[in-house]
Design a binder for this molecule. Structure first.
Ligand SMILES: Nc1nc2c(c(=O)[nH]1)N[C@H]1C(S)=C(S)[C@@H](COP(=O)(O)OP(=O)(O)OC[C@H]3O[C@@H](n4cnc5c(N)ncnc54)[C@H](O)[C@@H]3O)O[C@H]1N2
Ligand code: MOO
Length: 395
């Protein structure tokens, strides 16, 4: 991997990750954010029947002009049942959503009328079809309601329900497992009484949240709090039984206790450095048929590696838009490492500008939290001036 570029490594990971090809059928209540697999055609016309847009009176429009009075001979509510046809020279009260009786072709809103006893006087003429919502005027039986590959939002669920569709076939969610490694790690849930030399594991929760935000289902967020490769193998066995992708953090560099590196070595994985900062050390492998993508342990390296290499694949599969890239002007001069694609943390400021946040070091987890974009500096760029345009990636 010595001279591997970011794009080459991204392509390698894309080739490793086998996206699920199965589908499942879920009810609408569980379908939010899921992705359709085929176009969904309407089984019905919408509206289902000709109905009133207003509370008022159903009339034959040709019979109505300003000052017309008609006897009120009945009422149609928005409720089951077909109303009787409207007799000529009469009207019926009608409610919004109620079926318009045969023979009626317009609705007079109640506020345009005066009712005295059983007679209504209409104050102005109405045209044919006014305030009548025709059957099929929204969509026709057989028309496409939703396309394939659509991520379902509330408005999509609403039209399915309106058409009487209770269940929808969706892509099976990609199942990811997250494993953090390092004997120095403890979980924040364990409280403040940590030993000298211990730190809180922030990568598990970061990767778990990032994977879920990218539309994946995280089946396990495991934690290997020692540097034993046998223990990691155990975690991998659990993970691989229930995952399409295993993400690890830590233990892939050049130290003496690189548990992920050792494990990947045993299973014939690939470990090396790529032309990227942060996120130089990178590794991949396959265990029990499940791809493993291993990120360096430094918190910023892990987070950025996920955004660069894995998030685009997961988002695409989950029907989410790709991360937004925007050109912005730098507020200050910036130096970058020759031969490495650098992803600096940035904060957007007014006028389409961006200022770097914290430094380039990959332990600056608070600096990462204070940023809202990554500044993508090409491998060949070593110096940028205030006012220069840079590509930013929204976080
Ligand atoms: N001699 C060399 N040393 C290092 C090199 C190198 O090329 N030669 N590369 C450096 C770079 S760059 C990085 S990045 C790291 C990657 O190391 P590892 O993947 O082996 O990660 P660890 O050593 O396990 O951890 C690095 C760092 O991150 C902290 N860490 C680890 N896991 C977590 C976690 N879950 N939550 C929060 N913080 C975590 C860990 O304590 C370390 O401080 O290697 C450099 N070294
Ligand atoms: O490349 Mo490392 O990921 O800078 O910290």
């Amino acid at each position: 991997m010595a001279h591997t570029s970011v794009d080459e490594h991204a392509a390698l990971i894309r080739s490793l990750v086998a996206l699920p090809t199965t589908t499942e059928t879920v009810d609408l209540w569980s379908a939010l954010g899921r992705v359709t697999v085929a176009p969904i055609l309407s089984p019905v016309d919408l509206p289902l029947f000709r109905n009133s847009q207003m509370d008022g009176f159903a009339v034959r429009s040709a019979e109505v002009s300003a000052g017309t009075s008609l006897p009120i001979v009945g009422e149609v509510a928005a409720s089951p049942g077909e109303p009787a046809p409207l007799e000529p020279g009469t009207t019926v009260r009608i409610m919004t959503g109620a079926m318009v009786p045969a023979g009626a072709d317009a609705v007079i809103p109640v506020e345009d009328t005066t009712v005295v006893g059983g007679t209504v006087t209409i104050h102005r003429a109405r045209s044919l079809g006014e305030y009548v919502r025709d059957r099929g005027s929204d969509t026709r039986e057989g028309d496409e309601l939703l396309p394939a590959g659509l991520r379902l939002a509330s408005r999509h669920l609403a039209v399915l329900a309106a058409a009487g569709i209770a269940r929808v076939e969706v892509r099976t969610r990609l199942r990811a497992v997250v494993i953090s490694t390092g004997a120095e790690l403890t979980r924040p849930e364990h409280g403040v009484a940590i030993l000298p030399g211990q730190i809180y594991d922030s990568n598990s929760v970061a990767l778990d949240a990032a994977a879920r935000a990218a539309g994946a289902d995280v089946t396990h967020a495991l934690f290997n709090g020692n540097d034993e490769s046998s223990e990691l193998r155990g975690a991998m066995l659990v993970a691989s039984s229930d995952a399409d992708l295993i993400l690890t953090s830590g233990g892939i560099s050049m130290g003496e206790h690189e548990v992920v590196r050792d494990f990947l070595g045993e299973i014939g994985g690939a470990i090396g450095h790529i032309a990227m900062q942060p996120g130089g050390p990178q590794a991949t492998g396959t265990f029990a048929g499940v791809p493993i993508v291993s990120f360096p342990g430094n918190p910023v390296s892990t987070q950025i590696s996920f955004e660069v290499f894995v998030a685009p694949i997961l988002r695409e599969y989950a029907g989410l838009p790709a991360a937004v890239r925007v050109s912005r002007e730098l507020t200050v001069d910036v130096r970058s490492i020759p031969g490495k694609r650098q992803f600096l943390r940035g904060r957007t400021v007014g006028g389409g500008r961006v200022e770097p946040v914290a430094g380039p070091s990959s332990h600056l987890v608070a600096g990462m939290a204070a940023s809202d974009v990554l500044i993508d500096v090409p491998e060949t760029t070593t110096e940028l001036k205030a006012g220069d345009t840079v590509e930013t990636i929204e976080l």
